[in-house]
Design a protein around this ligand. Sequence first.
Ligand code: NI
Ligand code: MN
Length: 227
Amino acid sequence: MSYKFTYYGHGTFGLDIQGHKLLIDPFFSDNPATKTKPAELDPDYLLITHGHGDHVGDAVEIIQRTGAKVIANFEVANWLGARGAEIYPQHIGGGHDYPFGYVKLTQAIHGSSMPDGSYGGMPGGFLITTPDDKKIYLAGDTGLFAGMSLIGEEGIHLALLPIGDNFTMGPDDALRAVRLIKPKYAIPAHYNTWDLIAQDPDAWKKRVEAETDTIVHILQPDTSIDF
Ligand code: NI
Ligand code: MN
């Protein structure tokens, strides 16, 4: 079984699992890294890691146009529910079965205010278990935390990790995260959107592959890989 994974720059990803189209943190209109317009996309589910504007992004427009269902923490889900979304509120440590797999919310060390300043609950990440038992860890915006080793105990196939520094882990801590999570593959994210989070992903890939068994795939924005 293979899955299509698309990177739209920053923290925005698409994931196609057996015909189910997932869109994670749909930040397009104000995202200088992507040429994709949200109107080009027709997702079945939006997965939102936290309330910040660069993650909620174009969610309201996409929901109102496509009817995409929202998977997010209780607070973010209800904020989008009030704007017309069909919602699946979850919370950290809790998982739920969907037609495309099992989704568990994971801890993230970060903030989560909504674009209007209201409370967005605790920020998180997602651990998706696919129908053939592959585990995909989307870390969200986070600093390094020791509990990543518990996530690693689950046996991670693919991990998406921020490397941008300033708002999230930088390259050094993201390398330490790889040591804790031990994914088969890693994809760096949340960098080079703005000068403030400029990083060299090739240098990070070299270090990770020299010092761990993880293989790093660097995706240019608006490109996809099958895995
Ligand atoms: Ni954030
Ligand atoms: Mn962010």
